[in-house]
Design a binder for this molecule. Structure first.
Ligand SMILES: [Zn+2]
Length: 54
């Protein structure tokens, strides 16, 4: 399985690029991995504005 490039926060419904500083504040149980931000958006997530820039 490929490494997840994006991590969603189930609590805030925000999707972060893996490596985003905000991720360390997310509990493991609140994390959801995505291979792309678009997939996360389909599940109701919003992309983090700090790290979501391409
Ligand atoms: Zn972020």
């Amino acid at each position: 399985m490929a490494k997840a490039k994006f991590v969603g926060n189930k609590e805030t419904k925000m999707c972060h690029v893996s490596g985003c500083g905000a991720l360390k504040n997310i509990k493991k149980s609140n994390r959801e991995n995505f291979s792309s931000c678009k997939i996360a958006q389909k599940k109701g997530y919003k992309c983090c504005k700090l790290c979501g820039k391409k």
